[in-house]
Structure formats: C-alpha cells, structure tokens
Design a binder for this molecule. Structure first.
Ligand SMILES: *Cc1c(COP(=O)(O)O)cnc(C)c1O
Length: 376
C-alpha cells in the first residue's frame, strides 16, 4: 500500500455503529448517520447501509450522495442548507433537507413540482449557537404558514444544530425551547410534526446523564463523529463501549539522522509566513516523514508511540524528534498516528492520502453481547 495512508478497521467501525445505533434507538430516537467526515467513501457507507435500525443517511455535500446505494432503503438527508442554485439536484439526490431560508424552500417546491415529487424539509431553528436557523419566533410562524401552502414541499419537522460554531452545549433547557416550538406549531396549525431533530453527537451525553435529560419529544439525532471516533462531543469523552481507534494514519520515514535542534544562520520566515522559534536541545535523532500539510493539518494528529514528538511540518515533510525512541526505528519504517475529527476530514479529502480497509476476526464478544474494548 502506498504511503501515506489512512487505514479503516471496518470491524471496529461496524461494532461502533451497531452499539451506538441500538443505544440511541433504545430511547425511541431515530438516527441519521452522517457520512461527511469520510467523504461518504463507499466502503464505509456500506457498513451503515447494512444496519436496518439506521433510518437516514446524511451528508452536507450533494456529491457524496452519489456514493449511496440506491436500494439501501435509507432516507437521504441533506445537512447543509441548500444553495439556491442547486435546488434541482437537491430534489433529485435527496429526500429531505435542513432549511432556514424561505426563498430556498420556495425554489425547492418548484423544483419538486417540475419532477412531480415531494421533497421534505426540516426547518432549522437557531437556539443560540448562531450557525444556521431561523432566529425569531414570528419568522418561524410565517415560514410554517407559507410551507403549509406548498404542494411539493412537506414540513417534516423542526431541528436545531448546536456546538458546531458557538460551542453551545445542548441541555434540557435549550432543547425544551425546541419542544415548545413543536407544541406551538402543532396546536396552531393542527398537525403533527414527524421529526424533532435535537442535534448531533454533542447531544448524546444527555441520554446517559444523571444531572440532566433529553426531553422525550426529541425523536431524531444526526450523528457523525461519535460513530467514527467513539466519543461524545459535548465534553470530548470516550464512550467506553466503543472503539476510539477505528482509523490509523501511517507515514514512512524518509530521512533518519542526528542533527542539531537549532537551525544554523539567521531566522527569517518559514514557507507559511511564520517566524519560528527554536529551543536548543542539543543533538537529536531527527526523522522526516513523507507527510505534510498537503495531507493533513498536523496539529490534529497524535503519534501512537508517545516517545516520539512532532516538531514541525511543511507542505510535504513532517519532522519528528525520535531521540527517546532512537533504537526501534530506522529509515523506511512506518509511523502511526491517531486522528481527530479535523485530520480525519483532511485524510479523506486529500487525494494524496491512500485509503486502506481491513477487517479483523479476533474481536471478542462477551456474555452480554457487547464487544470488548480491551484493545485500548
Ligand atoms: C456535521 C453535522 C452533523 C453531525 O455532527 P457530528 O458532530 O459529527 O455528530 C449534524 N448536523 C449537521 C447540520 C451537521 O452539519
């Protein structure tokens, strides 16, 4: 396999997806599994498609929907509010979309009319995170009223997004505001909203919290990061029943030798316009890996071997201090890294990072039918 590469352990991922889906379903909440962080890679999408309890597959990019199987039986949910200029494709490639602009919804209605289909919309309400969503209560009313007059758009529900921009942590106080919108809309217009979408991976902690709770009217979550990285994202805590090492980034050592830690000559600007500062640590064992900023933001990767340390990166080179681990490494060796959300996204959008998929048969099931997470 060519380097650098991102290796996906499909067995661990499948375990994560099964575990978390049944956990959420046990609270009577439907899941939209979000595929954007791995660019909806078909090998990974298959894992989600095989799980019947997942009702929706969701992505923010229209192109990614083309990787979904047409016969998986999942509803296709567009997460990013549509461009006004792409409503025809939205209606063609997705069943349901998140929306916050009435003009866009009008155009979706026209596009759906042209195709003689029905497109469903979830109206996003901004409860303070200040990314997408209708902000004023009167505006919500005006939107609902108008959507109900449309023949090719159906108001499927309402939703909120939290923690992505304003880093607002979902709690029952915030989510009850969404629920009160539900009650208001349902009683004013005499209808039942199908979907009350209470956020993303940052809402998960409420399912198990002893201090707070998820209002029971919330019946839908959109989950991306928790599935792939095995963490809830309000506090960044690992979920003990899940694997945090589904993904491994590997790169190869292309130079390995003793060099001083202090550059020689006058310090100017580096390739990215920064003036670097160096600490003199004497002679060190320095290794260069063939991995750089064209591949990932190196601030978002962590070497698995704690004895080695990243000291710098340029477009194509990662410089590491191997002093404490000098004996086990040599030219040509592979070095492995944990990825975080940002670097995982980078790995799948960079064409230079090769994708590898493995399965393993040695995952052990214990008596209550949960896979043991003993490997980490
Ligand atoms: C990306 C995204 C999600 C998924 O968020 P995670 O933190 O990965 O669970 C949910 N909703 C919207 C609107 C998104 O853009």
């Amino acid at each position: 396999m060519q380097m650098p590469k991102i290796t996906v352990n499909l067995s661990k991922l499948e375990h994560n997806v099964m575990y978390l889906t049944s956990h959420v379903r046990a609270h009577d909440i439907d899941v939209a599994a979000v595929t954007k962080v791995f660019s909806a890679h078909p090998e990974i999408v298959k894992v989600y498609e095989a799980i019947p309890e997942i009702k929706y597959l969701a992505d923010s990019r229209l192109d990614n929907f083309k990787n979904y199987a047409s016969d998986s039986g999942k509803e296709r949910l567009l997460l990013r509010i549509p461009h006004l200029s792409e409503v025809d494709q939205v209606v063609e490639w997705t069943d349901i979309s998140l929306n916050s602009e009435i003009q866009t919804i009008r155009d979706l209605n026209q596009a759906a009319q042209k195709k003689n289909t029905l497109h469903r919309v979830i109206l996003m309400i901004d409860l303070g995170d200040l990314r997408e969503g209708v902000f004023e209560a009167e505006e919500v009313d005006a939107y609902v009223k108008e959507i109900l007059t449309m023949n090719h758009v159906e108001l499927a529900g309402i939703g909120v997004n939290l923690t992505c921009y304003g880093a607002i942590i979902p709690d029952s106080t915030i989510l009850r505001k969404l629920v009160s919108y539900k009650h208001h809309i349902e009683s004013t217009y005499e209808l039942t909203l199908d979907i009350i979408s209470g956020g993303n991976s940052s809402s998960l902690y409420l399912l198990d919290s002893t201090e707070d709770f998820m209002p029971e009217e919330i019946n839908h979550l959109r989950i991306g990061e928790a599935y792939v990285l095995g963490v809830e994202t309000a506090f960044g805590l690992p979920i003990p029943e899940m694997h945090q090492d589904v993904f491994t980034l590997s790169a190869e050592i292309i130079e390995y030798r003793d060099k001083p830690s202090l550059p020689i000559g006058n310090v100017g600007q580096d390739a990215f316009g920064q003036k670097p500062v160096f600490v003199d640590k004497g002679i060190m064992k320095r290794g260069i890996l063939a991995l750089g900023r064209q591949d990932v933001n190196v601030q978002n990767i962590q070497p698995r071997d704690e004895r080695i340390e990243i000291i710098g990166a340029s477009s194509d080179h990662l410089i590491m201090d191997f002093t404490k681990a000098a004996k086990d490494y040599q030219l040509g060796d592979e070095v492995t890294f944990d990825v975080s959300y940002g670097s995982l996204l980078d790995c799948f959008t960079s064409k230079y990072v090769h994708k590898e998929f493995i399965t393993e048969s040695h995952i052990i099931e214990n008596s209550d039918n949960q896979v043991s997470a003993s490997e980490h």
